[in-house]
Structure formats: C-alpha cells, structure tokens
Ligand binder design. Structure first.
Ligand code: NAI
Ligand code: MG
Length: 367
C-alpha cells in the first residue's frame, strides 16, 4: 500500500526516537513491499522557537492530510517557565482536538526477560497483556463550570470547582471502540467507574451495558476504580481491554506503566472516528539524556507497530515488528535504561535485523 506518514520529532530525545521509528517503518516497507512517504513537521517547543506557536497551521494541515502521525515528545526545561504564554503541551492538545482524537490506547505487555526491572514480583507479571482505552476529550479536564472564587460573606473562604461531565454519546463511542479492539484479542472488556458514588459513572455503566449487547462474542465486566487500582498490582494478567474515563485513565495508565519496568518501552495511540491516528511513546522528552544517543527506541518502535495496525490496517506487519522487538529483548539486547549499554541506533539495528521476511497472506483489521 501507499501511505503518507507525518513525523513530528518534537523536543529532547524526540528526534532520536522518531528517527528509530522511521527506520523500523522503512524496514517494514521494504520487507512487505509498501511505499511509505514521510513528511517531517514542527510541533512543541521547537515549533515555538521557530514560529511562536506550539502547533503551526501547516503542521496540523499536514497531519490532517496524512494516513498517520508519529510523534516523539514535546517539552523541556527551556519552555517550562510558569509565566510562559505558549507552552509545548498546547501543541499536543491542539493536535488531538484538531484531529478529533477521543481515545487514548496504551497496551502494556511485560516481556519475561525484563520482569526483574519491575518492582513487582515476577509471578505477578506473568502473562500481563492488557490494553487501556482512556477517554480523552471529556470528564473533569474539560467540564464546565470550572472556576475559583471567594465565597460571598464567608470572611475569605476560597472555593474552586471542576465539573465531571459526560454525555451518552461520548461514552458510547469510546466503549464501542474498546469492544472492537477486544474482538481480535481475548474478547474481554473491563469498564472502570465509580458508579457507587458518581452520577456520571452510573450513566457510564448503563451505556457500557447497552454497547455490550452489540458485541455478543465479547464479555463485559465492571469494576470500581479503587479496587481496579489494586487489581492492577495484584492480578494484572486478568485484564484484557480496560475502558475508562479521562481522569481515572490518566492515573491508572501511569500505574500500569510500572508493570513494564521502564518508561522507554511503552507505546500509545490516539484514535478518533476514522483511521487517522496519532502514535507516540508514553515517555516525555527526557532532557536529562537528550542528545546522547542513548534513549530507548522501543516505545516509539512499538508505537510504529500500532500505527501499522490501527491506521494502515497492516496487522501482519504490526505483529512482525512486535516480534522483532521481543526477539531483540529475548536475546539480551538492552539500552541504558534496561541496564545495558546499547545506543539508540544499535538497539534499532538489532530490531530491524529481526524483521521476518514477508509472508504471502495478509489479514487486515478494520476498526
Ligand atoms: P520523561 O518521560 O521525559 O523522563 C522521565 C525519566 O525517564 C528520565 O530520567 C528519562 O531519562 C527517562 N526516560 C524517558 N524516556 C526514556 C527513554 N526512551 N529511554 C531511556 N530513558 C527514558 O518525563 P519528565 O522528565 O517528567 O518530563 C520531561 C519533559 O517531557 C517535560 O517537559 C514534560 O512536560 C515532557 N513530557 C512530554 C510528554 C509528551 O510529549 N507526550 C509526556 C510526558 C512528559
Ligand atoms: Mg499522565
């Protein structure tokens, strides 16, 4: 197939890991006879320096035209002043909004050879293979009213208000996506809420049940967010697909990242209605190691695998890339964050070597 992929290297180690993601995608294109055209654009701090805005119009327009977007990371101490009017993260938010991305996917698998890097006992990590689907556009982060005021006649008591709001439409579309993703996996969806306390959670649960009826081959279970937080540390292997609202998802996805042992290993995808998606490692710009050529490229390369799977429908290619990463780790290849000494490019080369030759039959996954 022919596909246009926009690369947004961003700041810090972003350019180093995106270069690795590009090598992985180019290797896939060669092995499986695809034509990928890459376009590089500015986003984040580097865009602020060059244009005064974190997401130039030209970047957004290019992303809208593309089949998929691969981003490194944005931000860093240089743009961190609390008084700064323009901030790198605004670029990411504007991009998600501009592309209509409402779900953030974070798969977490624990490679057996890396179990010792996690603070959890190896027996708690065996078989962990879960996929978080976090709602990205609603909830406390965006609800209105949102204010701070001095309470009249209180003698100076200040109150602040955030609003947790969801519509049935917002809930249904993200839960439906979770079920579609669960189909080719183990077919199990866990919806996480706080329905014993919150009205928005009661609506969430009702809508989740209604959507589940459309997917008779899958199962739905509900869990309260507090007990889900414990279960992630005690029995994470019992989860398949987890769907939850914005704030719960923000917290639980970071908790789940601990399972894998290093921030440098984990990919993410942000999806909307169509196939266009934004793919990025979960880590930030890592200013402490930027420019040294030692960043772990695995999170970005696995993000490239998600790009192949969800935006291009190339399941076989995605699996081949994931197997290549697994193989390199199984054979003991390690970057610094994993206790090894390989550079970013050396680790990338180990992964690229292992890409299996193309196979004749292709199965594509359409969402
Ligand atoms: P960070 O994820 O950049 O770094 C945390 C620690 O993990 C550092 O010690 C770093 O060296 C290490 N690390 C991260 N990725 C690594 C990799 N691929 N290989 C090896 N080691 C790795 O988080 P931090 O330090 O809190 O944030 C730094 C900057 O990144 C901030 O400006 C923050 O706002 C931004 N950020 C951007 C994100 C994004 O673009 N989506 C997400 C998170 C943070
Ligand atoms: Mg977070």
């Amino acid at each position: 197939m022919n596909a246009t992929i926009v690369l947004l290297p961003g700041d810090g180690i972003g350019p180093e890991v995106v270069a690795a993601g590009r090598v992985a995608l180019e290797t896939i294109a060669r092995r499986f006879a695809h034509t990928f055209t890459f376009e590089e654009h500015l986003a984040g701090g580097c865009a602020i320096d060059a244009t005064g805005t974190a997401l130039p119009d030209e970047t957004l327009a290019a992303c809208k035209r593309a089949h998929a977007v691969l981003l490194g990371a944005v931000g860093g101490p240089r743009w961190d002043s609390p008084t700064a009017k323009v901030r790198p993260e605004q670029g990411l938010l504007a991009l998600r909004r501009g592309l209509g991305l409402y779900a953030n996917l974070r798969p977490v698998r624990v490679h057996p050879a890396l179990a010792e890097l996690s603070p959890l006992k190896p027996e708690r990590l065996a078989g962990v293979d879960l996929l978080f689907v976090r709602e990205l556009t609603g909830g406390l982060y965006f609800g209105q009213p949102r204010l701070r005021e001095t309470v009249a006649g209180s003698g100076g008591v200040v109150r602040a208000v955030d609003t947790l709001e969801y519509t049935d439409v917002e809930i249904r579309r993200v839960v439906r996506l979770a079920f579609r993703l669960a189909g080719p996996r183990r077919g199990k969806v866990t919806s996480i809420d706080k329905a014993n306390v919150l009205e928005s959670s009661r609506l969430w649960r009702e809508e989740a049940i209604a959507v589940a009826a459309e997917f008779p081959a899958c199962t739905l279970e509900h869990q309260l967010v507090d007990s889900a937080a414990m279960r992630l540390m005690t029995a994470a292997a019992s989860f398949d697909v987890i769907v939850t609202e914005n704030l719960f998802g923000d917290i639980l996805t970071d908790e789940a990242a601990v399972l894998a042992g290093s921030l440098g290993l984990l990919p993410s995808a942000s999806l909307g209605e169509g196939p266009l998606g934004l793919y990025e490692p979960i880590h930030g710009s890592a200013p402490d190691i930027a420019g040294q050529g030692i960043a772990n490229p695995v999170g970005t390369i696995l993000s490239a695998a998600l790009l192949l799977r969800y935006s291009l429908g190339l399941e076989r290619e995605a699996t081949a890339l994931e197997r290549a990463v697994d193989g390199a780790l199984t054979d003991g290849h390690r970057t610094h964050d994993l206790g090894g000494s390989l550079s970013t490019t050396a680790m990338t080369r180990e992964i690229a070597h292992r890409l299996a030759p193309s196979e004749p039959v292709r199965r594509s996954l359409t969402l």
